[in-house]
Design a protein. Structure first.
Length: 134
């Protein structure tokens, strides 16, 4: 299996700027706590980075980083061309088809929502036995 972009060097400084203002709360360092809200901008960036191959050249790296940063500027992106470009990169990394994404700790559903926005087939559940609506 080829190395994924998330295993490579992500432009965290740029992505954290949006995650900390307007487009979400916290930073990428705060993605792991169980009850943390997952900002849509951070969820989109992490999902895309996990699903595309790591760049092979410096030019590809710059283009992928720019796409990742551009897609993470707004909580509700309205640029269909950027989304289509991300969806195509994901399909290329998965043999021409959209992958299935499972989030067993979905909570509020940010990660599955962003996976669907990126053209994936998403399944979500949460193993938390205590309802969060109390």
């Amino acid at each position: 299996m080829p190395k994924r972009f998330i295993e490579d060097v992500l432009p965290l400084t740029e992505l954290n700027k949006t995650a900390q203002t307007g487009g979400g709360i916290g930073s990428f360092n705060a993605m792991h706590p169980y009850f943390a809200r997952r900002p849509l901008t951070a969820s989109r960036a992490m999902t895309l980075a996990a699903l595309v191959d790591a760049p092979e050249s410096e030019k590809q790296r710059e283009e992928l980083e720019q796409l990742l940063i551009s897609l993470s500027q707004d909580e509700w992106p309205d640029n269909p061309l950027l989304l289509e470009q991300a969806q195509e990169l994901i399909r290329q990394a998965h043999g021409g088809r959209a992958p299935r994404v499972l989030d067993p700790f979905a909570g509020g559903g940010s990660m599955p929502l962003e996976a669907m926005r990126l053209g994936c087939e998403a399944t979500a559940m949460d193993l938390n036995r205590w309802p969060t609506w109390r």
